[in-house]
Design a protein. Sequence first.
Length: 246
Amino acid sequence: MNVLTRPRAKQATQSPVVSPPRAERMRRIRWRDTRLWLGLGFMIVAMVWGASLMSGSESTVTVWRASRDLLPGAAPVVEPVAVSLGAAAGSYLTADQPLVGVMLLPVTAGSLVPAAAVGGAPSSGVRRVTFPVDPLHAPVDLAAGDRVDVWATVTDGGSTSVIPPVLVLPRVLVVSADRESLGVGGEIAVVVEVPKSQVSAAVSAIRSGVVDLAAVPITEAVTDSADAVSAGSAIRAADTRDEVSP
């Protein structure tokens, strides 16, 4: 006996066929496109600007640097140093230019010396006097350019005196302090600038007894230097009148 059966329905479903994307042609670069030229222009400007910054930072100039604190009226004690100053290089003296004259403005140790800080010439109304000073009666770091008060103590040949010391010369400029060469009694030679009218008092202080030097602080010395410039001008004017008058 034949058994009739129905055909089974296909349960498996076929997955839809996905067609691959169509290949698109690359768009041709249009050389007349404004955005292209703007981008190229920005790149070139950035490259030139970066190159100029690098070349400017690498270029250095050798100028003068203060070896110690320099006060107005002092001789410039400097050393060469290579630095990058850029547009400010014209405000400083290069190391191939010798420094002529004296300090007109104060410059601290380690700072660059501006061109406006040096100039002029020593005043003609002063004289240089050498004081023999015991090393223990002077500042340990005494050097050219410092300002000191000169005190004198009258003695009768002994080591002590009951007479109090007298201020002979206030705030005078130290020209040199030679600690290598010692005198007969072990004194060092300190050369200071003394107004011509006070040379007699300076010599009397040397002859009378013991001389002590007291350092003037740099802040006070700067103020005194400005007054000294005005006083020096008055002294030079007075000297000119004395030379002209019969």
